[in-house]
Structure formats: structure tokens, C-alpha cells
Design a protein around this ligand. Sequence first.
Ligand SMILES: Cc1cc2nc3c(=O)[nH]c(=O)nc-3n(C[C@H](O)[C@H](O)[C@H](O)COP(=O)(O)O)c2cc1C
Length: 163
Amino acid sequence: MNATNKLTPSSLRDAFGHFPTGVVAIAAEVSGVRVGLAASTFVPVSLDPPLVSFCVQNTSETWPKLKDLPMLGISVLGEAHDEAARTLAAKTGDRFAGLETVSNDSGAVFIKGTGLWLESAIEQLVVAGDHTIVVLRVTELTVDAEIAPIVFHRSAFRRLTPH
Ligand SMILES: Cc1cc2nc3c(=O)[nH]c(=O)nc-3n(C[C@H](O)[C@H](O)[C@H](O)COP(=O)(O)O)c2cc1C
């Protein structure tokens, strides 16, 4: 191991970046308008009952619009979605620009061309420091095994498959 770094929010963000993750879109319709964000903190939690989680920043301006909805759509972004992941996180502009989406009757919004869709309902919120752990119950799943996921690692998007 190299030298021990000073523990600050910034060095911790960099440190957490050493842990590779996937990226999901969390999205739903609010009065007919698509609302969503990109998240790299998605974690499968439980098989029975079927639970997943992600962490949302307490300062998020998007989360208050999503948190009271009956259903949210979770889409695991594919390796073609590096630009989409940034767009889905943009502070200004249309977060769904250039993306094809499908909206369920429940209001959950999914991104087309992604490997996994999970329709889910918020089950529990756990405040944890400057984030909140959102636990969701999965109500429906759709898999496309042909689509490889994108990998987020040290602020860069990487692929599992060579090209
Ligand atoms: C690759 C990537 C992963 C992200 N992961 C998270 C996350 O896990 N939790 C979170 O709250 N925001 C995450 N963000 C930031 C959000 O997508 C979004 O930018 C943030 O919610 C700020 O916008 P808002 O104030 O409209 O919510 C991520 C952004 C990117 C590009």
C-alpha cells in the first residue's frame, strides 16, 4: 500500500472511486414529465422479500420529486450509456435527451437498451450522514442478457467487453 491519505470528504470521494460499480437510472413520471437521476450506489439487498437499495444525497433537488411516488423505475445502464449517465446527472437541460424511455402504467420510467429493469416501490428510508439509504421493494423485473453493463471506476466509464 502507498501512503495513508488525509481523511476529508474530497479524499474519501476519490477513495470510494476505487470501488468499481454499475450505474443505474432511477426515474418516474411526475405529472406526465420524466424525472430521474443517475446513481452508482445501487446495491441488491434481499431475495425474500425482494429488496434493493441506493443512496441519495440529502441535497438532491430531484429526490423530493421522486420520494412520494408509488413506483420508481431502475434501469441498469449499458456500456453504450457513458454519455447518458452524465446527461442523467446534469444540473441543467433535459436529463433524458437522446434516450428512449418506456413508461409503465404505474409511472415508473425505464431506459431502453439497458440490461435490467426493476420496477420498485420505496420501502424504507434510512438517513446516513449526508446521504439517505433508500430501500426499495422490487415488484417486476425485465432482463436483457445481451446488453453488457457500463462500469464506473475512478470517475471514468469502462467496459467489461473489449471493442
Ligand atoms: C456516474 C454517476 C453516479 C452518481 N451516483 C449518485 C448516487 O449514487 N446518489 C446520488 O444522490 N447522486 C448520484 N449522482 C448524481 C446525480 O445523478 C445528480 O447529479 C444529483 O442528484 C444532482 O442533481 P439533483 O440536485 O437534481 O438531484 C451520480 C452521478 C453520476 C454521473
